[in-house]
Design a protein around this ligand. Structure first.
Ligand code: F1P
Length: 344
């Protein structure tokens, strides 16, 4: 049956979230001392494809919780345009995020950063024995999230919750709140599957747009990539308030617009969705404020990013199946992109 690995990985992911949090608990006691010893004035997150989008969410959270400047760029930007990305390597912590730990751009970018006197490299990966992990000072492992499918689902979410725990802990928050999330994840999978399957099967919808702001912009971008990779459907991602500045010209009856409403900007974000519904678009909110797919409304802001993922991943999965495709084997894609290192 098409997509059996992908469906199984999406629907079992809360257990992998629990594994990531168990692994974090073992590392947490030493992390604060390592972080304080670095005295970093910049934290740079890197990754490729899905793990670049994960880095966007992680960097936003990290700066919000720690107050230290954090940004995310694709690994290739650090590799090819390093002076536009790192101002002071000796005061920069590099966090590399990679499901495989073998992506050439990420490994080569880390090596270059280290040659330039980078302060430290921490890695979030599903493969703690990988070449990337072996280059790193600290490894945050998400082993139970290893998956068969090419498109990242369980792996992405587990590395995301690991990044959330890291941001919360180094920001002086009680990261153990995240232990509540796997159960919320199971509920979301059970309660949203039919809703997103019905939306996915709407053949009158030609394109999907995902809106997110703050840490949710990285998640909206990942949702766009999942829809693209798995179902070969035209998909876009924008910051909520940016959508009015041009892209909303595409908001009509052929457009599905999925809004990842934030806990802190709900009113402004809902206004955008309401305006697009008035333009004829089919809208769906995923929100802590109750409309559409409901998220818990009592969590700290740094707990939310991973919770949007199960319905968004199921949406892409069902769209792929509805189009007769196999989400386990996306067209043209491989699980890892290997390049000739001699070229860099
Ligand atoms: C990065 C990546 C994935 C993408 C595809 C190809 O891999 O670009 O994000 O979905 O699977 O590889 P990794 O560095 O996270 O292993």
């Amino acid at each position: 049956m098409n997509g059996q690995h992908t469906y199984q990985e999406i629907t079992t992911q809360p257990t992998a979230w629990e594994d990531a949090l168990t692994a974090f608990a073992g590392i947490a006691p030493t992390l604060k001392a390592s972080w304080q010893a670095l005295d970093a004035n910049q934290v740079l997150f890197i990754g490729c494809g899905s793990t670049h989008y994960l880095s966007l969410a992680a960097a936003a959270l990290f700066q919000q919780t720690t107050g230290v400047a954090a940004r995310a760029v694709p690994s290739s930007e650090l590799l090819l345009f390093d002076k536009t990305v790192v101002a002071d390597p000796a005061r920069t912590l590099l966090v590399a995020i990679s499901r495989s730990g073998t992506t050439t751009e990420t490994i080569t970018a880390v090596s270059k950063f280290q040659q330039q006197g980078g302060a430290a490299v921490w890695t979030i990966t599903c493969y703690p024995e990988s070449p990337l992990a072996q280059l790193s000072n600290i490894v945050l492992p998400t082993v139970a999230a290893q998956e068969q499918s090419v498109a990242q689902t369980r792996s992405f979410a587990s590395m995301m919750i690991m990044a959330q725990a890291l941001a919360a802990h180094l920001g002086g928050q009680d990261w153990t709140v995240l232990h509540e999330l796997p159960e919320y994840g199971r509920t979301l999978i059970d309660q949203t599957n039919d809703t997103v399957q019905a939306l996915a099967q709407r053949t009158d919808l030609a394109r999907f747009t995902f809106l997110g702001s703050g840490p949710q912009y990285g998640i909206a971008s990942e949702a766009m990539l999942k829809m693209t990779e798995m179902s070969l459907t035209v998909a876009y991602a924008f910051h909520f308030m940016e959508y009015r500045h041009g892209p909303m010209s595409m908001a009509n009856s052929e457009a599905a617009i999925i809004g990842l409403l934030s806990p802190t900007a709900t009113t402004h974000e809902k206004q955008v969705l309401d305006e697009m519904a008035a333009n004829g678009a089919v809208t769906l909110a995923i929100s802590p404020a109750g409309s559409g797919i409901s998220l818990p409304d009592n969590l700290p802001v740094w707990a939310y990013p991973v919770l949007y993922l199960p319905p968004l991943q199921l949406l892409a999965y069902h769209r792929s199946i509805a189009k007769g495709l196999d989400p386990d084997n996306p067209r043209n894609l491989t699980a890892v992109v290997y390049l000739d290192t001699a070229a860099f």
